[in-house]
Design a protein around this ligand. Structure first.
Ligand code: NOJ
Length: 589
């Protein structure tokens, strides 16, 4: 189960491009197979589009990507080894979940030193080589930055907890309890139960939005702000392309420390359901975002800030770009990817909102990450999962949004949760077992080939078991199958990069009251034909008649740009028959 109540609900139910213009802003890059078509180059060069717009960003969970030293845990050299694969797929940037020194209470999201590499993953020299080699593969590297909290083993926290008078006492959030054994207020941790832990040495409680081993920093303290901005500078100086900001809406807490309001029902941990308005999305966070944006903008090469922003509506989403577009360039939009059922109406509404409700800013769509069951399981019906995975890929790669994917999504890796409590690695699973088996299931090693340990590692035992599906679901096997999910992704990525309408055209919903088929037009921005995307979200065939004249489409046929089972190459727009869960992507003019 995920780390936040919102994630819980969700569960239940790549840098470096390389458009011509990206090349320009990414010194040292030369044209390569992923370079955009001349039409897209022409169009984008005119607007000086920053590389991250329309990019494909690929999340790597380093522990699970590729092990090169045989200890059963992935490492930096493993990522370097797989750069050819990532480049071949068309990845523009990789986001690495944390590889800083950490006691691993939350597998790296508990950092004990922000300016070093954990030896488990390699050395600083390995990291520098990764950035350089990635660059020669036209891939940028984005670091995860955990600003909200540190490890309880951080020297800062060790000092802070040592006495009430320690100069670092105020770097964290300490409060007196309401009485013996009673925490300061009713605030709850996203990992279950009270967000306060009592410390016997100084007889006060410290606040942690997440695990007790992840004490929250006090962002009202200017020294904390300086230390964290210094950490960001350290990595920007080493050439990272930007940051994915962990748990960023949680940065500030209400300074009155009053109880949260209790809403009806219970949360996923069986605790009272709190409204969280005193611990999430406090207005102060926006000033920090503006300062951080100034910092990244002071570096060349269009460095980017991506936010881990689970928000409930488009108005909240818009706020994260900043009133003057001076905060995050890419707050993640989790409202589309985590609908968690193929509901045409919801997808239509939310994609449309992202198109029209963000002041022209770029949405960032995400369907998968290391905190949620894989989309294969969240969207699959158990019978048509392979076809549904193609729909998910299409939704990710054919709207105007920047696309973020997660290793293994391209081959259809499935969630493989631990079978027994003893096998669980994730603290969330340890707390939540058996109701909540934690997040190990979506973090299993990448399935590269049919060899031992799926080509991930030569170890006798890998840190998480290799899912049995690896014999058929792997990069090697799927590369050789023209109709595999992997090849579907590759074709979509090529369209996303090279087709001007899909790359940057307007996104207009058509046939907009159809409850079974989601259809949109990616409207030609002036170069080449427009593109009709249609997806049958049901297990029954459906026929659609499109009236596209009002959109300036005079032709009566569409020509498929990539072929899905059972669909013909050319279709009559008055009679488009979509078999169950079929996808049609075709040029219209
Ligand atoms: C969000 C991260 O994605 C998750 O893995 C982590 O447990 C929490 N933030 C706490 O850092």
């Amino acid at each position: 189960m995920g780390p936040k109540p919102s994630l819980r609900l969700v569960r239940q139910g790549i840098e470096i491009v390389v458009l011509a213009l990206t090349v320009a802003s990414f010194s040292g890059c030369s044209p390569h197979p992923n370079t955009a078509s001349p039409a897209v180059q022409q169009q984008t060069a005119a607007n000086a589009t920053p590389w991250w717009k329309h990019a494909l960003i690929y999340e790597i969970y380093p522990r699970s990507f590729q092990d090169t030293n045989g200890d059963g845990v992935g490492d930096i050299n493993g990522i370097i080894q797989r750069l050819d694969y990532l480049q071949g797929m068309g990845v523009n940037a990789i986001w690495l979940t944390p590889i800083y020194p950490s006691p691993l209470a939350d597998f790296g999201y508990d950092i004990s030193n922000y300016e070093a590499i954990d030896p488990l993953y390699g050395s600083m020299a390995d990291f520098d080589r990764l950035v350089a080699d990635a660059k020669s593969h036209h891939i940028r590297v984005i670091m995860d930055m955990v600003l909200n909290h540190t490890s309880d083993q951080s020297p800062w926290f060790i000092e802070s907890r040592s006495s009430r008078n320690n100069p670092k006492r105020d770097w964290y959030i300490w409060r007196n309890g309401k009485g013996p054994g009673i925490p300061p207020n009713n605030w709850q941790s996203d990992f279950g139960h009270s967000a306060w832990t009592y410390d016997a040495t100084t007889k006060q409680w410290y606040y942690h939005k997440f695990y007790a081993a992840q004490p929250d920093l006090n962002w009202h303290n200017p020294e904390v702000q300086k230390a964290m901005f210094d950490a960001c500078r350290f990595w920007l100086d080493r050439g990272v392309a930007g940051f994915r900001l962990d748990a960023i809406p949680e940065l500030f807490e209400d300074p009155t420390f009053q109880d949260e309001k209790i809403l009806p029902g219970k949360n996923a941990f069986g605790d009272p359901n709190e409204d969280q308005s005193r611990t999430e999305n406090l207005p102060e966070v926006h000033e920090v975002m503006r300062q951080l944006r100034k910092l990244v903008d002071s570096y060349p090469g269009d460095r980017v800030l991506i936010g881990e922003t689970y928000l409930s509506n488009i108005q909240e989403q818009l706020m994260w770009y900043g009133k003057n577009n001076d905060e995050l360039q890419l707050p993640m939009d989790m409202q589309v990817g985590f609908i968690n059922k193929l509901d045409v109406d919801q997808f239509r509404t939310r994609i449309n909102e992202a198109e029209t409700g963000l002041n022209g800013n770029m949405p960032l769509f995400v369907f998968d990450n290391h905190d949620n069951e894989r989309s294969w399981d969240r969207y699959g019906d158990g019978k048509h999962n392979a076809a549904i995975a193609r729909i998910v890929a299409t939704l990710l790669l054919t709207t105007r949004a920047t696309a973020m994917t997660y290793y293994g999504q391209e081959i259809g890796m499935v969630t493989t949760p631990p079978k027994t409590r003893a096998e669980v690695q994730d603290p969330v699973g340890k707390i939540g077992w058996p109701k909540d088996k934690g997040r190990d299931g979506e973090r299993t090693p990448m399935q590269w080939d049919t060899s031992k340990n799926a080509g991930f590692s030569t170890a006798v035992k890998t840190w998480l078991p290799i899912p049995p599906s690896y014999k058929t679901v792997n990069i090697q096997v799927e590369s050789g199958q023209p109709d595999s999910l992997l090849n579907w992704y590759k074709q979509l990525i090529a369209l996303h990069k090279n087709n001007p309408a899909i790359h940057d055209g307007q996104n207009i919903m058509v046939d907009a009251s159809d409850p079974n088929v989601l259809s949109y037009l990616r409207k030609n921005p002036g170069v080449g034909p427009s593109v009709l995307v249609a997806m049958n979200f049901t297990s029954k065939p459906h026929t659609v008649a499109y009236a596209l004249q009002t959109q300036g489409i005079q032709g009566s046929t569409a020509t498929a740009l990539l072929e899905d089972d059972g669909m013909s190459k050319t279709v009559d727009l008055n009679h488009v028959m979509l078999p169950p869960f079929a996808v049609f992507i075709g040029a219209v003019q």
